[in-house]
Design a protein around this ligand. Structure first.
Ligand code: ADP
Ligand code: ZN
Length: 215
């Protein structure tokens, strides 16, 4: 499957993407994970992206398109891909449309995961992430804590609150989402690719996507 996952920070894009990869081996491509990995590794990309990310601002479109142009041409994308956190702006969506056209790749759907705002806020404040950039497993102090407090179940690294998950950065990320990313819903509606799924459980969202795709 070749899907775009749209939705506010905390809507569950990453969780849904992980569940979908298990169905048919399509790869999850999370620009946020790629960027956090680059920051941790101290690469040029990481150095450029770090300050934007810490503030809760978007990283410039040109950097993101540079990453995605390469990533979408890697062989593991041939089976399919789940774009998680990309595109995030209208210029990114337009550049993606051109890139996919050039590569003769056709998207199945753009899925808009719609979750009430109070649920989003609560989730982001209680979310914790594995600090190991190769893992980045997600936990929640209330609904899904690691078995041993502060330690990742999967890899044993410390589980931390992300730099951009302070109250200030969270409200900035949500404002950025409303201003820059929410307009993509209209963009994909016009393209005839949009499906909006309302649901706070990833199982419901995954089942609705499977129904849409007839799998
Ligand atoms: P969330 O969806 O929880 O906000 P992500 O992990 O998707 O988090 O992104 C974290 C940060 O990485 C964003 O706040 C932004 O700074 C940067 N980022 C990720 N994807 C993009 C993108 N497509 N365009 C611009 N910046 C991005
Ligand atoms: Zn881990």
């Amino acid at each position: 499957m070749k899907l775009i996952l749209l939705g506010a920070p905390g809507a569950g894009k990453g969780t849904v993407a992980k569940q979908l990869t298990a169905i048919d081996g399509s790869v999850q491509i999370s620009t946020g994970d790629i960027l956090r990995g680059a920051v941790q590794a101290g690469t040029d990309l990481g150095k450029e992206a770090e300050a934007y990310m810490k503030r809760g601002d978007l990283v410039p479109d040109s950097l993101i398109m540079g990453i995605m142009e390469k990533r979408l041409q890697e062989p593991d994308c041939q089976k399919g891909f789940l774009l998680d956190g990309f595109p995030r702006t209208i210029p990114q969506a337009e550049a993606l449309r051109d890139l996919l056209g050039k590569l003769s790749i056709k998207l199945d759907l753009a899925v808009n995961i719609d979750v009430p705002k109070d649920v989003i806020l609560d989730r982001l404040c209680t979310r914790r992430t594995c600090s190991n950039s190769a893992c980045q497993a997600i936990y929640n102090v209330k609904s899904n804590p690691p078995t041993q407090e502060g330690i990742c179940d999967k890899c044993g690294s410390p589980v931390i609150q992300r730099d951009d998950e302070t109250e200030e950065a969270i409200s900035h990320r949500l404002a950025t989402y409303n201003e820059k990313t929410a307009p993509l819903v209209g963009f994909y509606e016009k393209e005839g690719l949009l499906r909006t799924i309302t649901g706070t459980s990833s199982d419901i969202v995954v089942n609705a996507i499977k129904d849409e795709l007839g799998i």
